[in-house]
Design a protein around this ligand. Structure first.
Ligand code: ACM
Length: 679
């Protein structure tokens, strides 16, 4: 009997999964909701549309409803009569929720949304849930030639994981407040709820300290947030239902700390100065002296009140202990306290930090290096290593949960590695691992990590978005929502709509190219940039020594993004064509690149664009030969030889980018060789 019930359940989930997938080709929702049902009504948007909130006053819902009206009027061109939610009257969109929440990890974010002919009803347990519903409602807006409307649906939704975050490293490159705010807006539109603020690293301290003013006077280049600015960002995030977790990274990644206060260092005779390169460096706080703990206790006492959230991140990553090994007094201390390894010494440090933080009412969180046998399970483990071994097998996430720690996943979600959205999207955090309920509950969720060695305010949006929207779906939506093609289709629309929030992930690509050409026609370069991607997995800036903090980051690679759009389309077109499909799309692309190169040749050259000349020329050469072959259904031996030789050159990285269509060009060439007669 049990077996039969199980089979029925499996079958049902299969059918539901299929039904949801059919609908997901119709609606550009992201993250995809837990349940959506259609009915034949539709709510037409006209100037009389109003919103009402029939619950306690909530600044979050007031704000979300007002922003909803602004975006709706801008998107539809409908001149709405009311620019704000109604007071004391029922509107067409009626929002109801049970309670105004204090933001914390236990918040209920569920909601239901029902679209009828003349009313839309939103109902939620909390005001945060109501704001999540408004984000969905805006994504439902559709149109035909004469009107904008919201299709008749009923949605019941809630997240799979409670922790859906984005980390931004503001140390390697400082990111101004407006950059943070527009990214917070984008996060909220994707129902993300944690902003992890990586505030210190070797390259700079970005948080003001009145107790230790040398931190910013000597170790920030003048680029840091004041207490007032931090409060402003935290309040802004709270209004969006986003918790803010600060990270003060210790005891490693401490060059900037020690530039300001060298007396806290593990080496007396070391000349500390702000790090300008990228990588893992030796300067490390000395965990054996009292002044280190006095310093951290005072600093934490000063800054923890700025961050109301219970969780506080102490980093703890990548301390190789070189300076500890080189210090006689630290070696002596280890012996005296029976600390055999540097891990033991770091645990000694972490346990002391946890006590200090507990006094401030905070829960200690750290990168997975802090998970050592003596670390109490009250700590939270942020899993970032073990990606290559396979998450469910080798990753520290499952191990942490099994050992009793709360844990958050970031390995697989390092968006600075410039991997494809498909790669991130198909990472299933838990997989088929068998977990007890308690273990599963300890897996809080995950965070995309935006390390900013190579990302400036000009480029950061295009490194975060749109891929992070797909990651947000991975953490919000049911595990069964995992069709890559379908996600890509929805993501294209989502990406475009993110521009409404002021995100510069699309427009700044053209800004960079205009700068590169000294304001000439950029259409040819834009076309090339749609075929190229920045080198991945830190192959750009190998060993961290090609670029320094203040190197130019407005080069061709900075105008290119992961998931080069035309490369994806061309590769698909070639695959179809070589399997017997039509040649039109492939032929059009080849013709276009031949012409683009002609336009590029006309540009007045400069040292920034000249390095692209051979790449473009070789692409045009191969395109021209293949285009001719497809048109004439003939290809000569010389052409095949030339294509083969040129392809070797096209595979080489140029200007820190790689051409993403080389395999497809190769397939096309082989197809021509096998199917067309030689001339
Ligand atoms: C890390 O990427 N070092 C946490």
């Amino acid at each position: 009997m049990k077996k039969i019930i199980l089979l029925i359940i499996i079958n049902l989930t299969g059918v539901l999964g299929f039904a949801q997938e059919n609908l997901s080709t119709k609606y550009d929702l992201m993250p995809w909701p837990k349940d959506i049902k259609e009915h034949p009504n539709k709510f037409v948007i006209d100037s009389s549309l109003t919103i009402s909130i029939t619950s306690n006053q909530s600044e979050r819902v007031e704000h979300a409803a007002t922003q909803f009206l602004r975006r709706l009027t801008n998107r539809t061109g409908v001149f709405l009569n009311e620019g704000f939610p109604l007071e004391n009257k029922k509107g067409d969109i009626q929002i109801q929720f049970d309670e105004v929440s204090k933001l914390d990890i236990k918040n209920n974010e569920s909601y239901t949304l029902t679209v009828e002919d003349s009313t839309i009803k939103i109902s939620a347990k909390t005001d945060i849930g109501a704001t999540r519903a408004l984000a969905t409602l805006l994504q439902l807006v559709d149109h035909n030639a004469t009107e904008y409307f919201i299709p008749g649906v009923t949605i019941s939704d809630e997240p799979r994981f409670v922790w859906r975050g984005l980390m931004i490293d503001v140390s390697r490159h400082f990111q101004p407040i407006d950059v943070l705010k527009r990214n917070l807006d984008a996060m909220a539109s994707m129902k993300m709820n944690v902003f992890h603020w990586h505030l210190t690293d070797d390259q700079g301290i970005r948080i003001e300290s009145k107790t230790y003013p040398k931190l910013t006077a000597l170790a920030s280049d003048g680029l840091f947030y004041t207490h007032e600015q931090i409060k402003d960002v935290v309040a802004y995030a709270d209004r969006l239902g986003i918790r803010v977790i600060p990270e003060i990274d210790v005891p490693g990644h401490a060059t900037a700390f020690l530039t300001a206060y060298p007396e806290l260092g593990s080496k007396d005779d070391y000349d500390y100065s702000i790090e300008r390169f990228s990588g893992v460096f030796d300067p490390t706080l000395n965990p054996t002296i009292d002044i280190t703990y006095t310093f951290l206790e005072n600093l934490f006492a000063e800054i923890t009140p700025l961050f109301p959230d219970e969780y506080f991140h102490i980093g703890g990553d990548e301390n190789e202990g070189k300076h500890w090994d080189e210090s006689k007094s630290i070696q002596k201390f280890k012996k005296k306290h029976g600390l055999k390894t540097n891990h033991d010494l770091q645990t000694y440090f972490n346990v002391k930090l946890e006590k200090i933080l507990n006094k401030q009412g905070k829960k200690l969180m750290g990168w997975d290096e802090i998970m050592t046998p003596d670390m109490p399970t009250s700590a939270v483990i942020h899993s970032w290593r073990g990606e290559n071994e396979g998450l469910a097998k080798g990753g520290t996430l499952i191990e942490a949960a099994k050992q009793g720690y709360q844990t958050v996943l970031s390995n697989g979600f390092y968006i600075d590695r410039m991997q494809s959205v498909a790669y991130h999207y198909t990472i299933e955090p838990i997989g088929d691992v068998k977990l007890t309920n308690a273990e599963r509950e300890r897996i809080l969720g995950g965070e995309a990590t935006m390390w900013c060695e190579l990302a400036t305010p000009l480029t950061i949006d295009s490194r975060i978005w749109p891929r992070t929207a797909a990651i947000a779906e991975r953490f919000w939506s049911p595990k069964e929502i995992n069709n890559v093609d379908n996600m890509r289709t929805r993501l294209e629309v989502v990406s475009f709509n993110l521009e409404e929030l002021g995100l510069a992930h699309i427009k700044n690509r053209a800004v960079i190219l205009r700068g590169m050409t000294n304001h000439q026609d950029i259409s040819s370069l834009l076309s090339l940039s749609n075929l190229c991607e920045p080198l991945k997995i830190y192959a750009r800036n190998l060993d961290g020594i090609e670029y320094k903090t203040y190197s130019p980051f407005n080069l061709f690679a900075d105008a290119c993004v992961a998931d080069a759009s035309d490369a994806l389309k061309f590769n698909k077109a070639v695959s179809k064509f070589t399997k017997g499909g039509a040649s039109t799309s492939v032929a059009n692309y080849l013709q276009k690149w031949t012409n683009d190169y002609k336009a590029f040749s006309q540009l007045q050259k400069n040292p920034k664009i000249t390095p692209l000349e051979p790449l473009f020329k070789n692409l045009a050469l191969v395109s021209e030969l293949l285009s001719e072959a497809i048109q004439t259904k003939k290809i000569s031996k010389e052409s095949i030889q030339t294509i083969g030789n040129t392809m070797i050159l096209l595979r080489e990285p140029v200007a820190d980018v790689e051409l993403m269509i080389v395999d497809a060009l190769n397939d096309l060439s082989q197809y021509c060789e096998s199917n067309y007669s030689s001339k």
